[in-house]
Design a protein. Structure first.
Lengths: 477, 162
């Protein structure tokens, strides 16, 4: 498959895109050559959204210096992430949601008396006075009106025009909020019916998948907030009934992934904005895996009735227990364990050994990876991504349900970082252990190593090969 | 045996001591091959050099020991062994009275020390040469104590990071 357009709607959309970017950075297998993220979220300052955009931009900056051909084994950053041409920061902008109350958006005061009365039946006073700059605050009835404008924007037309035969679309949304719950069916309807672009046939007949996230967290009670988690279940039930009738039954979607958890964490109640920065969660990781799963499905399997998927753990866990690699199903374990461990080993080495070592190690000297390189923008961006990666793991481990495959806070001994997995003895070279073993493998004379590659290429290639060797020999995943 | 003596020609440690170590015999009025000390001294010194070189660059070859100051350790071992061996042999000969009478009056402790220093330095030079010429196959220590010239030349073509 060439391109997979991934629409992330609302806060959950951004958070799942964050998890997806982390997986791709670590080199998790993805059957799409290019991921094209499109963020739909009226909350301009939402921290979940901004940090995901920063991460994806950093990913692109790092990847832009890399090549992937038969000489390279490197899988870090292998899948390309790129925005739709003409789209800034991956955002599909929504018109007239800034500094605008909902009643102004629908020109409530200009309605006739009957229409006003009808509107008041559908929307509460609070709804009508709602300020939309941070989203729809858990009110899908507002979202369903405001988001009914996708097809009008130039950026949507750019997306549609860039769409080619064989490309696919995936939509991420939560079912219990405002933006995602209302945006998903509207977007799907637009994709299937809009005929305003040259490529409308490809878009309308494209294979479309979606993940809809059921409640997996609560928020604290706050009278001043528009978000009330006691309504999550009822909203979910209504939306599920709507989806069944209007999405699944008419097969307007090819694959639908449902994710949820009975164990829920409680977050602080923020309507949106810079304070809405929810910690990463296992459910978001599972949603990111749903995207990869959709990309791997053959076209024939997606033809016909809507396919429905759920996700489960291999082992029964109560809410106090942490989920590790051992608790994941065989396929998930195979997909995640090796690349995530490789990337964390790289992160640890870069943090705790690299600065003190590169001046002496052949892997750096031979490839002219000098002070200039290590102090430059490239390594600094790689370091940022690695720091974000560690933070992402740390957030998941502290959440409920906790996903803690690593002792990510541990730095020494290096190989004790995988939870529930003792590292095997592996001394390929005279008792080199811990970080020195990483150096020894970086210094190895690797076959088919392209000496003519760029320094950035060599840097990533070396770390991939060394960590690949380590993971293979140290852990029996 | 002139080959081994060649390395000790620069006899700043004393002409007489050179003759003695080369195997001078008053009875034979010439050099006696069986009494020539240079093959033994040279072989052991060179052997220690090789051993130190192989140990440092190919057996230990540890990524944390590839600094110039760690390289001084095998160098020190070579210098010390070379000195100890040479000095010890001369001292033993002096004590056991095997030095030809015509030479013995001119060979003292100062000559023994100087010869020890000479042999130590000779060993050091060999170690330096081995390090300069044959360390490139080492995995972790090939740039110790200084980066290989060939690497420097290769890297000249690589543009600096922009």
């Amino acid at each position: 498959m060439s391109k997979l357009y991934v629409f992330g709607i609302g806060g959950t959309g951004s958070r799942v895109l964050r998890s997806l970017t982390m997986l791709l950075a670590s080199g998790v297998e993805c059957d799409a050559d290019i991921i094209v993220p499109v963020i739909i979220d009226p909350d301009d300052s939402g921290a979940d959204k901004t940090r995901t955009i920063d991460l994806m931009n950093n990913y692109r900056a790092v990847r832009s210096k890399l090549e992937f051909n038969q000489h390279n084994r490197n899988r870090f950053f292998r899948t390309e992430i790129k925005p739709v041409d003409g789209m800034t920061n991956f955002i599909l902008p929504l018109q007239n949601t800034r500094d605008c109350r909902f009643k102004d958006f629908i020109a409530f005061n200009q309605l006739n008396k009957e229409s006003m009365a009808f509107v008041k039946m559908l929307f509460s006073e609070k709804n009508l006075d709602s300020d939309m700059k941070v989203g729809f605050k858990g009110n899908p009835n507002i979202g369903s009106v405001v988001l009914n404008q996708f097809a009008d924007s130039q950026q949507y037309k750019d997306f549609s025009n860039s769409f080619e035969d064989g490309d696919r679309i995936f939509i991420i949304s939560s079912i219990f909020g405002g933006t995602g719950a209302s945006g998903f069916p509207l977007l799907l309807k637009t994709l299937r019916s809009d005929k305003s672009s040259q490529s409308w046939k490809f878009v309308s007949q494209a294979k479309i998948g979606a993940v809809t996230v059921l409640p997996y967290f609560n928020v604290t009670e706050d009278e001043n907030s528009g978000v009330d988690s006691s309504t999550f279940i009822s909203k979910t039930k209504s939306a599920l009934a709507y989806y069944k009738k209007n999405i699944s039954d008419n097969s307007s979607i090819n694959a639908l992934y449902y994710l949820g958890d009975s164990v829920t964490a409680t977050y602080e109640n923020h309507d949106g904005g810079v304070k809405q920065k929810n910690n990463a969660h296992l459910i978001e990781l599972a949603a990111a895996m749903a995207i990869l799963d959709f990309a791997s499905q053959p076209d024939e399997k997606l033809a016909g009735q809507t396919l429905h998927f759920e996700y489960g753990l291999e082992t029964q866990k109560d809410e106090r227990q942490q989920v590790t690699f051992a608790d994941l199903g065989k396929e998930s374990r195979k997909l995640l364990s090796v690349p995530l461990t490789q990337f964390l080993l790289m992160k640890k080495y870069v943090d705790y050994a690299m600065d003190g070592q590169y001046k002496y190690q052949p892997w750096a000297i031979d490839n002219k990876l000098d002070e200039n390189f290590f102090d430059g923008d490239y390594v600094s961006t790689v370091k940022k991504i690695l720091a974000d990666y560690n933070e992402w793991l740390h957030e998941m481990s502290g959440n409920m349900r906790s996903f803690k495959p690593f002792n990510e806070e541990k730095s020494n001994p290096l190989f004790d970082i995988v939870n529930g997995k003792a590292a095997r003895k592996y001394y390929p070279h005279f008792f080199t252990r811990n970080y020195a073993l990483v150096d020894s493998l970086l210094n190895k004379r690797w076959k088919k190593f392209n000496k003519a590659a760029t320094r950035e290429q060599k840097f990533c290639e070396l770390f991939f090969r060394a960590t690949e060797d380590l993971v293979k020999n140290k852990y029996n995943f | 045996m002139e080959f081994f003596a060649f390395f000790y020609r620069l006899a700043f440690y004393g002409e007489q001591l050179f003759h003695h170590l080369h195997g001078w015999s008053d009875e034979a009025n010439g050099y006696v091959a069986q009494s020539d000390r240079f093959p033994l001294i040279f072989s052991v010194t060179l052997g220690v050099c090789f051993l130190a070189f192989i140990l440092y660059y190919f057996i230990i070859d540890h990524p944390r020991a590839n600094r110039w100051y760690f390289w001084l350790i095998p160098l020190g071992v070579v210098l010390f062994t070379g000195f100890g061996l040479a000095f010890g042999i001369v001292r033993t000969d002096m004590d056991s009275g095997v030095i030809a009478e015509s030479l013995s009056n001119d060979i003292g402790m100062g000559n023994a020390i100087l010869f020890g220093v000479y042999n130590g330095l000779l060993g050091g030079i060999f170690f330096l040469l081995l390090s300069a010429l044959f360390r490139f196959p080492s995995r972790n220590s090939k740039h110790s104590p200084w980066p290989l010239l060939v690497t420097k030349l290769n890297n000249k073509g690589i543009k600096n990071y922009e």
